[in-house]
Structures are given as structure tokens and as C-alpha cells.
Design a protein around this ligand. Structure first.
Ligand code: SF4
Length: 382
């Protein structure tokens, strides 16, 4: 006989649920609480930060089958940046989303959305945040992608680590329903960290999770999340919340805008947005800029682009490696060489020597006087 998904045997007074065999009273509790006709399946958006880690853990504890998805936009590659710079060598070089999935013991799907995501960055309907971060449109886009994913695979709902009032634009209470409507997910979106502050969703109504086991976090304080992390024994998680996205960084955003201005169009390729994170970017003229390594690790990284960009290597003194981005003529190359000299150990020498290399590998030697401090206007530095 079967009642609400629980099969029971009068003879043994035992009840078999999807989660195991229980005595009479326990089985009824399990059946009422979880409606175990089936094990619900959820997809969690895993950014690699603490909030999505906790939100997923809360739902896993309810017995739901959870898999994770991490959308790769190209703007959130923290471990990669840490691997380049010497000063960041002590910081973890891991992929935080993979680390989170490993902590939780769930499967993680990494989905490349670099090309599709461009439209979100170029034309955010709800505008940008403090910098070039189109957070509300980004959330809508990612939840829409997650909705398509669950619909294709027969999953029941989506989990995010959003907290009411945590971010000025995308996580305001008024923004929460916008994400639901515009992504088309409606009430198949559960925010376990703030669920008690929000209307019940499908997961609560179907009994897949218990509302009283969800949380009522709100506001900008991180203390409740940190307490919950300590409760679960999670340490060494990424800080701060969702902080890997370069679009929230002021100096990165300035460089991105400069790139668009210089190209006369809102466009970028993955290499462009990677390079914006590395080196000093100096634009002495609208049609070209010089990217000067700030240290050896950056020089090694930039030299990997020698086949895509012309480059300069100082041969007479210690000094940084540099790339040139733009259509340059001989005068531009000479000016770039003088700029690079300014950052070399030969900055006070009358002349420095450099090797200029084209993208096809032809080289020529240059001998130039480094720029002096007053020859280099501050506004060249992007
Ligand atoms: S911080 Fe970046 S990844 Fe996060 S919502 Fe905003 S734009 Fe999207």
C-alpha cells in the first residue's frame, strides 16, 4: 500500500521511503515533510563565493538532489590572476566554483557563456552598478540560462545565494521579483538564505524543502553567513561575497570603457578582457596603447601574446616587457619604447636599447632616450 509516496507493510510495521526504511512514526514525519513521491532535483548557481556555498548546503540537507552550474563570463577568473602576480602567490590559485562543488560533494557544470554574455555587458536594460557591472541584467541572464538548463533536464527548481538587501541594485527586495519574471523562472527560484523574507516558492509548497529550515538573512552584514559557515565547518572560503567579478572593479571598468572608446564600438574578445587585468595600460594617443608589465609574472603572461600584439623587450637594462595594442607606425613604436624606458632601470640613462618584435616575428633594434617624468602626462595612464 502507498500513502503520499510512502510504501508500508502492515506486517512489519515498517515504511519504505526514497530515503530508506523507517518505523511507522518516523516514516509519516518524513513523508509529510518531504512528500517523497520523488526526490526533487535542483540546480544551484555556484559563483565560488560563500553565499552560493551555504545556499546549496541548506538545500542539500533537505534531501534534495542538487547539481551546480558555474557560468564562465570571462570576467571572474580570480585564481588565474593570483597565479600571475608574485604578490598574490600566497593566495589560493584554485577555481573557487570547483572548490565549492568539492566541499559540497556535488557535480558542477561549467558553462562557457562568453559570447552570449557580451550583450548583457554592452546593453544592460537595467543599467550598470557603481562601475561596469550590469548586475541585475546579469542575474536575469544567468537565471534564464539556469531555467533553460533545468527544463531540458527535468530538474525542478533553481537555487541562488542571493540575500535581500545585500547588493544595492541586484539584490534589493524590489529587484528579486524582476529576476523571477524576466528570466521566466517565476516561483521555481529558491533563495535559501533569504527565503523566510520572501513569498513561498514552489519548493516550499511542494514540500521539497521545509521553509522553517531556510534562513531570513537580509542586509549587507556578512556576519550571519560567517556564523552559518562556522556552523557547517566551512573555512577557507573565497572572500568577499562574489568578489571575483572584475566588472565591479573601478580601475578595470575605466580600462574597459577606454577600450570601447578607442575602438569606436562596444566590443571585446576574451583576450582583451584578460589583458585588461594585467600590467599598466598607457594610452599616449587615441589609436594605440602600451601595456607594460609591472613585474616578472606579468611579463611572462604578456609575452604569451607576442603573436597577437607587437612587443618591446629592453636589452640594455633591466626593465619590463611590453605589448602595443593598436595600429602603430614607426613614430608610435619609438614613443612606446621611450615610455617603457621610463619604467626600466635605465630611466636616468641618456639612452636605452630595446628589441621591437612584430606579430610575425620580425625584429629590429631601437635606441631611444627614456621619457622623463614631466614628459609623460598623468592622463596617459588609464
Ligand atoms: S558582480 Fe558580476 S557576476 Fe556578479 S551579478 Fe554583478 S555583473 Fe554579474
Amino acid at each position: 500500500m502507498k500513502i503520499r509516496g510512502v510504501r508500508y507493510s502492515l506486517k512489519a510495521r515498517e515504511y519504505t521511503t526514497a530515503a530508506g526504511v523507517y518505523p511507522y512514526n518516523v516514516a509519516l514525519f518524513v513523508a509529510n515533510a518531504h512528500q517523497m513521491d520523488k526526490q526533487a532535483k535542483a540546480l544551484a548557481l555556484i559563483s565560488g563565493g560563500l553565499d552560493s556555498l551555504l545556499a546549496t548546503k541548506v538545500v542539500l540537507d533537505e534531501g534534495v538532489h542538487v547539481e551546480g552550474v558555474n557560468f564562465f563570463t570571462g570576467f571572474c577568473v580570480e585564481g588565474h590572476t593570483h597565479a600571475i602576480r608574485k604578490k598574490d602567490r600566497e593566495r589560493p590559485k584554485r577555481n573557487n566554483a570547483l572548490w565549492v562543488a568539492e566541499q559540497l560533494g556535488i557535480k558542477l557544470h561549467i558553462v562557457d557563456i562568453v559570447d552570449e554574455y557580451k550583450d548583457v555587458v554592452f546593453n544592460p536594460r537595467h543599467g550598470y552598478g557603481a562601475n561596469m557591472n550590469p548586475c541585475l541584467d546579469c542575474k536575469i541572464f544567468m537565471v534564464r540560462k539556469a531555467r533553460e538548463w533545468i527544463e531540458q533536464r527535468g530538474f525542478d527548481f533553481v537555487i541562488t545565494g542571493e540575500v535581500v538587501g545585500q547588493r544595492p541594485k541586484s539584490q534589493r527586495k524590489q529587484s528579486m521579483p524582476i529576476v523571477q519574471h524576466e528570466s521566466g523562472i517565476e516561483d521555481r527560484l529558491l533563495r535559501p538564505l533569504s527565503a523566510q523574507n520572501l513569498p513561498p516558492t514552489l519548493a516550499e509548497r511542494e514540500g521539497w524543502i521545509r521553509r522553517e529550515r531556510m534562513h531570513g538573512f537580509s542586509g549587507r552584514s556578512r556576519k550571519p553567513q560567517m556564523a552559518l559557515a562556522a556552523h557547517y565547518g566551512f573555512a577557507d572560503y573565497a572572500q568577499p561575497a562574489g568578489g571575483c567579478c572584475f566588472l565591479t572593479d573601478e580601475s578595470y571598468s575605466v580600462k574597459l570603457r577606454d577600450l570601447w572608446d578607442a575602438r569606436g564600438a562596444r566590443q571585446y574578445e576574451l583576450d582583451d578582457i584578460m589583458l585588461l587585468k594585467v600590467g599598466r595600460h598607457i594610452r599616449p594617443a587615441p589609436h594605440f596603447k602600451v601595456i607594460v608589465a609591472r613585474e616578472e609574472g606579468e611579463g611572462n603572461f604578456l609575452s604569451g601574446y607576442r603573436k597577437q600584439y607587437p612587443s618591446l623587450t629592453i636589452t640594455s637594462h633591466g626593465g619590463p616587457f611590453a605589448l602595443l595594442d593598436g595600429a602603430v607606425d614607426d613614430d608610435d613604436v619609438a614613443l612606446a619604447a621611450r615610455i617603457v624606458g621610463r619604467y626600466s632601470q635605465g630611466r636616468d640613462a641618456p639612452f636605452i636599447e630595446l628589441e621591437y618584435r612584430t606579430t610575425t616575428g620580425e625584429t629590429r633594434l631601437l635606441r631611444v632616450p627614456p621619457l622623463t617624468a614631466d614628459q609623460m602626462p598623468a592622463d596617459w595612464l588609464i
